[in-house]
Design a protein around this ligand. Sequence first.
Ligand code: KG4
Ligand code: ZN
Length: 337
Amino acid sequence: MSSIILAIETSCDETAAAVVEDGVKVLANIIASQDIHRRYGGVVPEIASRRHLENIGPVVQEALDQARISPAGVDAIAATYGPGLVGSLLVGLSYAKGLAFALKKPFIGVHHLVGHIYAGFLEYPELPLPAVCLVASGGHTSLFYLVSHEERYLLGSTRDDAAGEAFDKVARALGLGYPGGPELEKLARNGDPQAIHFPRAWLEEDSLDFSFSGLKTAVANYLRQRKEAGLEINLSDVAASFQEAVVDVLVGKTLKAALKNMAKSILAVGGVASNRYFRFSLKRSAREAGIPVFIPHPVYCTDNAAMIGCAAYYQYLRGQFSSLDLDAAPGLPLEVL
Ligand code: KG4
Ligand code: ZN
């Protein structure tokens, strides 16, 4: 018997709804991005929340229309309940709970990072376990050890900025728009990644934690010193060298985690995993180490609701439903995964 899940994701500035069948078949995947934040150079929580309110109804309707399914035809309704911006989370979560109540359907609350991880299972349901999974997004950079659908462990996390956050901040320093990641990647294509040596924070010998704030500061110092000395700045070289430093650490630590834990595969997800240079570098290193690597299509790396629908499907199979009292949890810890 197949199960059709309507999933909603509004943890940051994307209003997203998807219809997913059996955790693998995406019948609809609608994402309304809020371009308005560009003019402020970052997400303005109050505006994000209001835009979600305007978008949520039409976005859910569009997902149902595209999937050619009536609300009564879905088997469960899922939504992200944290972590994220509280005003944003509340819109999608309340909408989903309201629908579940009205339609008398089970409701499933999903942890945003579990959602990111399940972007991997959406496309590769048979990916070999145990796996090491890197989640590199705008809010998080963590390594997980996935044993089964019921068992996973946190191996390491960033101690300061997330990788995507570093991309956004450096992009801003280079005068690029928001979100900075994709713009910086574009600029880096014409640059020399070896032009400037920016520091890599490898931390303690055994550590699988990350740190990107020093790198961000190093780029800012470089730009300031060149400016003060009246020297020319090759922005493409700065972008390429910065990107190289981030990718070097992300790939190095992910490989290390996989080898140390004898993982059968590597999975990389989150907005930064849509970066082409990162994808290429991780695949090359993993091939050399003889470990299969899986990276979802870019549209499933950045925030979307299909990944939430896939995560919800595995919870559905376990009968892991949520109460309609479930509150938004903006600071939901990683350990609750
Ligand atoms: O996963 P995501 O869509 O949202 C969060 O949960 O944070 O990740 C967004 C982050 C942003 O910081 C964005 O700049 C970064 O992912 N990102 C990229 C690229 N595309 C998105 N970073 C580097 N290269 C990209 N192509
Ligand atoms: Zn995300």
